[in-house]
Design a protein around this ligand. Structure first.
Ligand SMILES: Cc1cc2nc3c(=O)[nH]c(=O)nc-3n(C[C@H](O)[C@H](O)[C@H](O)COP(=O)(O)OP(=O)(O)OC[C@H]3O[C@@H](n4cnc5c(N)ncnc54)[C@H](O)[C@@H]3O)c2cc1C
Length: 226
């Protein structure tokens, strides 16, 4: 399998119960599929609907960023493929234009040395994130990080990639010191709004903590301690 293709009518609950969901390579998708909204909403909500909705605190958008997903968009004349980074335009706005529809989302298939983690703080089950972090780590044969995907939800107008955290991790052997730098990068990148879920300071603090926790859990799933 080159990619996991999730069509426009696939509901969250189908992903949560998919036969491949227990495979370590899909651990980021596994984690997120259990914390989007609540079980009742997941029976109706779709992954692609969530991406198209592009709520600033949505869970699938950050997951798609960390996974480097591509969205397939069909127009009257042609079909085009848009990387998630360009797909998420602004709060509740995407690259889907007039007369277009999203056909699906493609998540590149991770290799055997890849694992992920989704970390979400919510006030109660069924609530949108106060803060959340999506992490995917691929290790090379020498134990260094070959590729990293790190993204935040509830940290800006829409989900954001923490480029600096990805840069810091790539090519390095994970250490406690490196994780502190990665956590700082997430804190800096997070630009949330204060609301009923918490203050700007609280949400920024959570962003740093959750990214470090996500990297640590992804590594632990690969048998590495940092
Ligand atoms: C009580 C409640 C709690 C929730 N909690 C969370 C949460 O914790 N985390 C979270 O991430 N989400 C949460 N959600 C959102 C939910 O999970 C769904 O993602 C959301 O409601 C969208 O549902 P839907 O898939 O039916 O899309 P729709 O409601 O049908 O569509 C959403 C938007 O996307 C557009 N759209 C949908 N499909 C396409 C397509 N194929 N092509 C182009 N445009 C399209 C629609 O026109 C619309 O503007 C919550 C929702 C509810 C009601």
């Amino acid at each position: 399998m080159k990619a996991l293709a999730i069509g426009a009518i696939v509901r969250d609950a189908e992903i949560e119960r998919a036969p491949w969901i227990g495979d370590r390579r899909w651990s980021l998708i596994h984690d997120v599929s259990r914390v989007v909204a609540d079980p009742v909403v997941r029976q109706m909500g779709t992954v692609v609907g969530s991406l198209c909705h592009n709520d600033p605190a949505g869970d699938w958008t950050a997951t798609a960023l960390a996974s480097r997903a591509t969205i397939v968009i069909r127009g009257k004349a042609a079909t085009r493929r848009v990387l998630i980074d360009e797909f998420l335009v602004d709060s509740f706005a995407t690259a889907v234009g007039e007369g277009e529809i999203a056909l699906g989302a493609e998540f590149p298939a991770p290799d055997d040395r890849t694992a992920g983690s989704y970390q979400k703080v919510e006030r109660k089950v069924g609530d949108f994130a106060t803060a959340a972090a999506a992490v995917q780590i691929s290790l090379g044969s020498d134990g260094t990080v070959r590729a990293a995907g790190v993204a935040l939800s509830a940290a800006g107008a829409c989900a954001v990639r923490v480029d600096e955290a990805e840069r810091l991790l790539t090519g390095q052997k994970p250490t406690a010191e490196l994780l502190r730098a990665v956590s700082d990068a997430a804190w800096k990148r997070s630009a949330p709004q204060a609301d009923l879920r918490g203050s700007v300071e609280y949400k920024k603090h959570l962003a740093g903590v959750l990214v470090a926790r996500g990297v640590r859990q992804a590594l632990a799933r690969l048998g590495v301690q940092a």
